[in-house]
Design a protein around this ligand. Structure first.
Ligand SMILES: *[C@@H]1O[C@H](CO)[C@@H](O)[C@H](O)[C@H]1NC(C)=O
Ligand SMILES: *[C@@H]1O[C@H](CO)[C@@H](O)[C@H](O)[C@H]1NC(C)=O
Ligand SMILES: *[C@@H]1O[C@H](CO)[C@@H](O)[C@H](O)[C@H]1NC(C)=O
Ligand SMILES: *[C@@H]1O[C@H](CO)[C@@H](O)[C@H](O)[C@H]1NC(C)=O
Ligand SMILES: *[C@@H]1O[C@H](CO)[C@@H](O)[C@H](O)[C@H]1NC(C)=O
Ligand SMILES: *[C@@H]1O[C@H](CO)[C@@H](O)[C@H](O)[C@H]1NC(C)=O
Ligand SMILES: *[C@@H]1O[C@H](CO)[C@@H](O)[C@H](O)[C@H]1NC(C)=O
Ligand SMILES: *[C@@H]1O[C@H](CO)[C@@H](O)[C@H](O)[C@H]1NC(C)=O
Ligand SMILES: *[C@@H]1O[C@H](CO)[C@@H](O)[C@H](O)[C@H]1NC(C)=O
Length: 591
């Protein structure tokens, strides 16, 4: 098995060669895609749209999608021949991070607060509604753990980072590959050495970061995420983020390597992560002006850190005495002192503070008007599009726990939690059987509606990482997810996710589509399917569980999105039969 299809398609009025080549794996046949290069079917040399030869039993008429730049219209109409394919130049389309669009918004953005780095979604009619094609010569990504060190150049064909950061040992060209030696601006001698140094600094040379209590890290301005990659051997989970900037594509490299990361920026809004969720926030030359605007950004770090969590700061103000670095340092010391953080170490190029669990100190500093204490907030509301607050939370101690206390507060009992955990353990094992792929073929996983993280917890016995997404319109279960040692982000699926195309191997959507059924025009089932198609890799899986009516609608639509689709009968939490959809994005490309 493993046939391929050629299908032609021409822009109306043009005779350019725009055939789509479709490389299809044999779905559910147990075939393993061991080879990293896709098998391209020779392209029909005719300049006309119909293809001359098709090696597949299905004729080209099954794959009649047309290449055409198409915007989202209201009402939404999906062509009978299938969803249009965007022209090749849109192969890196990220709807809410369009530099040209942000340029137009500049007059209304607060540049002194770097608002231009945040997400800005265009109005619906300016969103594309076509399938994002892979770039020329796209190959099935190299698999973890090799991908930590090597990725295909043609998959992330950007030389800027190597040119700018080559000397800092971030990434080098090596023939058809990019090679990541594990360096970074502040760890030229490699991330492992740097991580050991941080361990020494937090434990007075007696232990490592893990023994200093670090299990969950937020890496701000993460570069190509080498820091996260080398924390994995210590069993430390990292959420890494960086803005989408003009040329560097750091997050695209990170994800191509198989390291968890997303596009984000700390500027005017709260980060899409819950309070008191990280044991460490790390900034290595992260280009964030923590001392500006009364320290509103470092107050956000205070929100995100658990009591006794560390803020690691490797940047010039921590060690240089020239320019205005000493002044910046003084401001940082004033701000951190006011928040009752303690500077525990300052060595080489790094300073480390610990956020002390000291309410009396905060109360005193509030009385002295050095800080303002935040009003207590609604614990059940996700921090999604919440403006930053110039105040300091009295953080609640949310220790890691097998049954997270924050779930009880929103009405999820221990019994319900345990049922969920056991259920997903069983389901995840079934999924792997049914996907019939080698474990190494799935690395980047997203649970699009994670609830309390049962799916991710079950997945943790496989060599994958999981982005747990909690819809912003639901109760905040993400706090509980972090409390059980997992990571993720809030998101509203009425908007596209902040990631590059082709970044996930597996998307899991349990009751996601029904939740968004009546949420308005931007998040129709088709919109969410299109976004799933954008972010899933060729040959990636999309597992959908939902109401029967939705399942059958997706089943009808899937071929139009060039997904293969199969149904499987599994059981739901209450042992009732449930139809589960296993979709797989075909590997097609424009040639
Ligand atoms: C392509 O189509 C045009 C008109 O539709 C026709 O005149 C021409 O012969 C065709 N060329 C080939 C190579 O089939
Ligand atoms: C980016 O924004 C500009 C300006 O709004 C728009 O013309 C262009 O089509 C957008 N590009 C994409 C890929 O959406
Ligand atoms: C930008 O934000 C700063 C800090 O909050 C504020 O002082 C300033 O007035 C804002 N500027 C604009 C143009 O809104
Ligand atoms: C990579 O991009 C360059 C231009 O930036 C182009 O010349 C080259 O063909 C591209 N390589 C691949 C494999 O796509
Ligand atoms: C950390 O401390 C240990 C024990 O003192 C030492 O052997 C090691 O070289 C230190 N590592 C770094 C990077 O400073
Ligand atoms: C390391 O030792 C010094 C001096 O005894 C102490 O002040 C500091 O708090 C210790 N740091 C840590 C992380 O234990
Ligand atoms: C830091 O605080 C001290 C005492 O409140 C003050 O004198 C000093 O000017 C502050 N430094 C900066 C850089 O704000
Ligand atoms: C959300 O949480 C509140 C308690 O904060 C609870 O009363 C409510 O039932 C929860 N809603 C859902 C949909 O679970
Ligand atoms: C999975 O892939 C690895 C690495 O390519 C290989 O060693 C192993 O035999 C494969 N396992 C199966 C079950 O095919």
């Amino acid at each position: 098995m493993g046939g391929g299809y050629v299908f032609g398609s021409a822009r109306s009025g043009q005779t350019a060669m725009v055939a789509l080549v479709l490389v299809v794996g044999s779905f559910f046949a147990g075939y393993i895609f061991g080879n990293n290069a896709p098998i391209y079917i020779p392209q029909a040399s005719s300049s006309n749209s119909t293809s001359s030869s098709s090696p597949s039993p299905s004729g080209p008429s099954d794959f009649a999608n047309r290449i055409e730049l198409t915007y989202r219209r209201t009402p939404l109409v999906i062509p009978q021949r299938g969803v249009n394919v965007c022209p090749l130049e849109f192969n890196e389309y990220i709807p809410c991070h369009n530099v040209t669009y942000v340029q137009q918004l500049l007059p209304s953005l607060n540049l002194s607060r770097r608002e231009e780095l945040e997400r800005h979604c265009p109005p619906l009619e300016q969103r594309l509604f076509c399938l994002v094609p892979p770039p020329k010569d796209y190959k099935v990504p190299i698999r973890w753990p090799t991908s930590r060190d090597y990725v295909w150049r043609s998959n992330v064909n950007h030389t800027h980072l190597a040119e700018v950061k080559g000397g800092q040992n971030w990434v080098h060209e090596q023939g058809e590959l990019w090679w990541f030696p594990g360096g970074g601006t502040h760890f030229k001698h490699g991330a492992p050495e740097y991580i050991q140094r941080l361990g020494n600094m937090t434990t007075n040379e007696t232990g490592d970061l893990r023994s200093a209590g670090v299990e969950q890290v937020l890496d701000v301005g993460c570069g190509v995420a080498s820091f996260a990659a080398y924390l994995l051997p210590l069993g430390i989970q990292t959420m890494s983020f960086a803005p989408k900037d003009g040329h560097e594509n750091q997050i695209q490299f990170a994800l191509e390597r198989g390291i968890g990361a997303m596009i984000s920026a700390i500027a005017t809004k709260q980060m899409p992560y819950p309070s008191s969720s990280f044991d460490m926030v790390h900034c290595s030359r992260c280009r964030v002006d923590w001392h500006e605007n009364d320290g509103v950004l470092i107050k956000e770090v205070n929100r995100l850190l658990r009591p006794n969590g560390y803020f690691v700061y490797s940047a010039p103000p921590a060690y240089r005495k020239d320019k205005d670095f000493p002044l910046i340092w003084d401001k940082l010391v004033n701000l951190t002192t006011a928040m009752c953080w303690k500077l525990i170490s300052r060595k080489v190029q790094t300073a480390i503070w610990v956020k002390q669990d000291d309410q009396a100190c905060l109360m005193k500093n509030a009385e002295l008007e050095l800080i303002t204490i935040c009003d207590s907030k609604d614990v059940s509301k996700p921090s999604w599009k919440v403006p930053l607050r110039d105040c300091v939370d009295i953080s609640e101690n949310t220790p890691k726990a097998s049954y997270p206390t924050s779930l009880r507060k929103i009405g999820i009992s221990e019994d319900e939690f345990t049922l969920d955990t056991n259920f997903w353990r069983e389901q995840v094992n079934r999924y792997w059987e049914l996907m019939k792929v080698n474990r190494t073929e799935v690395r980047n996983v997203m649970d699009t509606n994670a609830f309390v993280g049962g799916f991710a917890a079950a997945m943790s016995s496989y060599p994958v990482w999981v982005m747990n997404v909690v819809p912003a319109t639901l109760n905040d279960t993400l706090s509980g997810i972090y409390q059980r040692g997992l990571t993720g982000a809030y998101h509203d699926w009425c908007e596209p996710f902040s990631t590059y195309p082709r970044t996930y191997d597996l998307l899991h959507a349990d009751k996601l589509l029904s939740h968004y059924q009546n949420h308005g025009e931007g998040c129709l089932l088709e919109d969410i399917m299109l976004e799933m198609d954008r972010i899933i890799r060729p040959q990636g899986f999309i597992i959908i569980r939902d109401e029967e009516s939705i399942i059958s609608k997706v089943q009808d639509l899937a071929p139009k999105f060039l997904w293969e689709v199969e149904t499987r009968e599994l059981q739901d939490k209450y042992k009732k039969a449930e139809t589960v959809l296993f979709c797989r994005k075909k590997f097609w490309a424009i040639v």
